[in-house]
Design a protein around this ligand. Sequence first.
Ligand code: ZN
Length: 98
Amino acid sequence: MRHTATPPCEFLLEQLSAFIDADLSPAECRRIERHSRTCGRCAAMIEDLRAAMGVCRQAADEPLPAPVRRRAEARVRELMGRRRRPVQPGAKPRRPPR
Ligand SMILES: [Zn+2]
């Protein structure tokens, strides 16, 4: 089942970088778990990420195998990309002042 018209949940997007780093504290894990119970969009994705990355696993000491990490990062980037605003045609890239 795909939800192409549904934007990803803001709550989860905020947690995504932590997901990638598998850097969630037990408190954050519980918050996410609780949220996933009330948010169908997140529930599926959290399950997915957890299966792929071992997010919120008990022993978080081991580094993720590179292929697993790459897959999870790609998935996260895909979700983040959907949130990006479309680029205006002809818009010039802004340069930071020196
Ligand atoms: Zn959500």
